[in-house]
Design a protein around this ligand. Structure first.
Ligand SMILES: [Zn+2]
Length: 187
């Protein structure tokens, strides 16, 4: 299905963490992660035509964040606030209307989901959104967590299969099975 077939009033397009550090030259690369850029750009353009709001989440860590392996966490240092690695991919065409959702900013815990203590669910309800259409990086980490949380908050969820990439093939399979169990649709 094309973006034009899918997007409708009441939707929001959510572009998860399409940042340099998650692309092949970054510090926490998702294999072929940069391939989502062209796909998501088509969805962003279609959303603009339909007056569907566009949100872009970003991992936005303070220096020495507890999720970094230098601090005993699971991940290499990535997406440190105001660094080039934390910037959105240079070819991601978010446009002027896109709203940024920053996460991973807390000192006391990591936030994989764009809904985790960000107020995002309230923002979507305020805009009359009932369904999110989501793509970005990585499918088996932050896209997974965001889609699952959206269901828990009562939103319908569609994941754009060619607009996301997983860190591992096993992670992709487990994620898609888990999301399907949670009532998430894939296009
Ligand atoms: Zn992170």
């Amino acid at each position: 299905m094309t973006p034009e077939d899918v997007l409708k009033t009441g939707d929001a397009l959510v572009v998860v963490d399409v940042q340099n550090d998650f692309c092949p030259d970054g510090t926490l690369p998702v294999p072929t992660g940069d391939e989502v850029v062209a796909v998501m750009n088509r969805w962003i353009a279609a959303a603009a035509e339909r007056d569907v709001p566009v949100y872009a989440s970003r991992d936005w860590h303070p220096r020495d964040h507890l999720s970094f392996d230098t601090e005993g966490g699971p991940w290499p240092v990535h997406c440190v606030q105001d660094t080039a690695g934390a910037a959105f991919h240079p070819e991601l065409a978010l446009g002027e209307g896109a709203i940024v959702v920053s996460k991973g900013t807390r000192f006391d815990k990591d936030q994989y989901s764009a809904f985790d203590d960000t107020g995002f669910a309230e923002e979507l309800r305020r805009k009359g959104v009932t369904r999110i259409v989501v793509g970005g990086l990585a499918e088996d980490v932050c896209v997974h967590a965001t889609a699952k949380d959206a269901r828990a908050h009562g939103f319908d969820v569609v994941v754009i299969r060619d607009g996301t990439r997983a860190i591992s093939e096993e992670g992709r399979r487990k994620t898609e099975a888990d999301l399907e169990d949670a009532g998430v649709a894939f296009v």
